[in-house]
Design a protein around this ligand. Structure first.
Ligand code: BEZ
Length: 211
């Protein structure tokens, strides 16, 4: 069954390049990004894994752990890690799940048979500290992901979780935000005592609260 936003992220146990992982236990209390790679020793994936390794500090700043998946065995992952370092200059510094029997790929519906019946698509799942799925993005195998976009969405999700605000079109960190529709005007007065701009009663704009 397909996973939808708000569902609990399915738990699993798997071997990874950093040893065995039980997913819920591994991410305990943190945000997590789980992202799939169609296959080892493929060009786009090699660039992605180097880029995420370089940005590991940005994920850590956001209290977020990262875990990748590719449907190849561990010895293949370990050999590929050498290539990732050679090509990108960054050593793989987060766990890459070995999923040769496609157990996790199937659990997360990462194989889309009409695209390819053996490789995974490029799935991204962002999972909150409450284990609930907060974001799903699906890219085709041929398109490398924009890692800055994943960080941007985590920033937006964390603002919503912490301050009851939403983020408008093309929002970037530091831009104005929108008071969530679930917050009444009375509650908004307490949360945002400096007030807000309201070009329409349903569009209440405030500066980003944590800046
Ligand atoms: C790649 O990572 O380069 C790739 C993988 C599968 C299909 C197409 C590209």
């Amino acid at each position: 069954m397909a996973i939808r936003l708000g569902d609990e992220a399915p738990d699993f146990s798997a071997d990874t390049t950093e040893g065995p992982v039980s997913f819920h236990e591994w991410k305990k209390g943190k945000w997590a990004v789980l992202f799939s790679h169609p296959k080892d020793f493929t060009p786009v994936c090699t660039t992605e894994l180097g880029a995420v390794s370089k940005l590991k500090g940005e994920f850590e700043k956001r209290n977020t752990k990262v875990i990748g998946l590719s449907v190849d065995p561990l010895d293949s992952h370990n050999r590929w890690a050498g290539d990732i370092k050679d090509v990108t200059g960054a050593a793989l510094n987060f766990p890459l799940i070995a999923d040769p029997d496609k157990k996790v790929a199937d659990l997360y519906d990462m194989i889309h048979p009409n695209a390819n019946d053996t490789l995974t698509v490029r799935s991204v799942f962002v999972i909150g500290p409450d284990k609930k799925v907060k974001l799903i993005i699906t890219y085709p195998a041929s398109t490398g992901r924009n890692i800055d976009e994943i960080l941007r969405v985590i920033d937006s999700l964390q603002l919503t979780a912490n301050y009851s605000v939403a983020t408008p079109v093309n929002w970037n960190d530091g831009d104005d935000v929108i008071i969530a529709s679930s917050v009444s005007d009375d509650d908004a007065k307490a949360k945002f005592p400096q007030g807000w701009d309201a070009p329409k009663p349903y569009l209440r704009i405030v500066p980003q609260p944590n800046k």
